[in-house]
Design a protein around this ligand. Structure first.
Ligand code: NAD
Ligand code: MN
Length: 483
């Protein structure tokens, strides 16, 4: 397709990278940073430049054991801390996240590769919002979860929490805030490529005098995660990540007394009806699949368009895609940053090749060059996609959209539900009754109407089927942290 070329050369507007970075980071256990027992560290890099940023500790079994022991010891006093006092700690964390927002946003962008516009306007404010929201819950739990004798509901205990790299600080907030509000203690493991903001959050926990051991942060890769999952003195595992690892965690937890919640992958439909406000819908598609380079579990990665407006939608989408600025994530004008790791880039490129090989048509804006270093892929969409194509079925976790069409509302619903996943969906229509009719029939945990990827700490988030089980956010999210 053609159109007027939008040049990529424009005046750079880089955010300052003046943030404190230590040469190496230890494990945050029992209120202080310490070296791992075995003394092993690994390097964490900036995926947009491949430059090393710092060395991160690798926690082994012994370190995880120490972290769990600290959490167990702290649980005694923490669960008995008056709810209104627990609320003050959460409130102070929220305030401190706000105060250090610029620093957290810059660190997140440097370690994750996502645009500063997103970390500054979404990740960090939402992380603060989660702590504020849950501060408010602490002394009101007994109204939402009444007990027979009127006492506050009991926490689950020590929670092992394992999070992914796509929203590092935000996922830490999603996990820690409700756990603490309910009186649990925590051992949290960030993803190996994105530990820096979780470690900065640990510094915030020190600054606000959170009692030692209430939150412990252990870094490392899959082996560290396994040690948490297998630990005998953990009461609950909360995991967000790939369906594959989620499945292995479910198998290893089965038959133990551990509670489990899983937030896994997705292949979410985004449905545009002919009566929708098309320009608005196009913006929704942009945020559904190109925000965070498409590395979003609830990304709207399957676009279902009513046949009568398909040509219009595709041509407008192509035009809009040309205006996306791909490049330095620290530049305030950047729309699409770097993919988080070489492994993820390889995965995304394999899927793009696969889409072409299966006969779908690849559409991308190929003018202008991508940075020489770092992990880059052009935002793209495929037309001519069949429901049986790999790119229509598997989670790609990249800025790759599969476009399909439908003729009737029934066909839209059937195609939307034709997936093993069930995390989210989008419905675009100007008729409210139709939105409700369609939403009712779609098997997904979150359904957005005339918008996409909107998050609020009060709104429960979670999936069906292979997207996992359990909810995070609001009252439903708290239930998972109460006995
Ligand atoms: P992953 O599931 O391997 O990693 C997620 C977290 O689990 C990380 O902290 C990791 O260290 C930890 N982990 C890995 N193996 C573990 C194990 N055996 N036991 C306990 N913890 C373990 O995800 P990945 O390898 O980084 O990405 C692979 C694919 O997963 C992506 O391409 C994407 O499709 C999907 N993914 C989904 C999400 C999501 O939010 N749903 C997040 C990340 C990745
Ligand atoms: Mn993995």
């Amino acid at each position: 397709m053609t159109g007027s070329a939008a040049p990529w050369n424009y005046a750079p507007a880089p955010e300052s990278t003046k943030v404190e970075l230590k040469e190496r980071y230890g494990l945050y256990i029992d209120g202080s940073f310490r070296d791992p027992v075995a003394g092993q560290f690994f390097e964490t890099i900036n995926p947009a430049t491949e430059a090393p940023l710092a060395r991160i500790a690798i926690a082994d079994r012994q370190d995880v054991d120490n972290a769990v022991a600290a959490a167990r010891k702290a649980l005694k006093a923490w669960r008995r801390t008056p709810a209104i006092e627990r609320a003050k700690y959460l409130f102070r964390i929220a305030r401190r996240v706000q105060e250090r927002a610029r620093e957290l946003a810059v660190l997140e962008t440097m370690n994750n590769g996502k645009p500063i516009r997103e970390t500054r306007d979404e990740d960090v404010p939402l992380a603060a919002a989660h702590f504020f929201h849950h501060a408010g819950w602490c002394d009101k739990l007994r109204f939402a979860f009444p007990t027979r004798d009127g006492t506050p509901p009991a926490p689950v205990g020590v929670c092992g929490q394992i999070i992914p790299w796509n929203f590092p600080l935000l996922m830490a907030a999603w996990k820690i805030a409700p756990a603490l509000a309910c009186g649990n203690t925590v051992v949290l493991k960030p993803a190996e490529t994105t530990s820096l903001t979780a470690l900065r959050l640990a510094e915030i926990l020190q600054e606000i005098d959170l009692p030692p051991g209430v939150v412990n942060i252990v870094t490392g890769a899959g082996e560290t995660g396994k040690a948490i999952v297998a630990h005998g003195d953990i009461d609950k595992i909360a995991f967000t990540g790939s369906t594959e690892v989620g499945r292995s965690i479910a198998a290893s937890v089965a038959g133990t007394s551990k509670r489990l919640t899983l937030e896994l992958g997705g292949k979410s439909p985004n449905i545009i009806f002919a009566d929708a406000a098309i320009d608005q819908a196009i913006e929704g598609v942009v945020s559904a699949i190109w925000a965070n380079q498409g590395q979003v579990c609830c990304a709207g990665s399957r676009l279902l368009v009513e046949e009568s407006v398909a040509d219009e939608v595709i041509s407008k989408l192509h035009h809009r895609m040309r205006s996306l600025r791909v490049g330095d994530p620290l530049d305030k004008n950047t729309d699409v940053g770097a993919i988080n790791s070489r492994a993820q880039l390889d995965r995304v490129e394999r899927y793009i090749k696969c889409g072409v090989a299966e006969g779908a048509s690849y559409n991308a804006f190929t003018e202008g060059s991508l940075p020489k270093k770092g992990f880059w892929v052009r935002p793209c969409f495929f037309t001519g996609v069949q429901p049986a194509h790999t790119i229509a079925r598997e989670e790609i976790f990249g800025p790759v959209l599969a476009v399909m069409t439908f003729r009737t509302p029934d066909e839209a619903v059937a195609r939307a539900n034709n997936t093993m996943y069930g995390l989210s969906a989008g419905v675009w229509t100007s008729r409210g009754s139709k939105a409700y009719e369609i939403a009712k029939q779609i098997k997904a945990g979150v359904i957005w109407c005339n918008t996409f990827n909107q998050f609020d700490p009060a709104a429960p988030f979670g999936g069906y089927r292979e997207s996992g089980f359990g909810r995070e956010g609001g009252r439903a999210g708290l239930a998972a942290y109460l006995a």
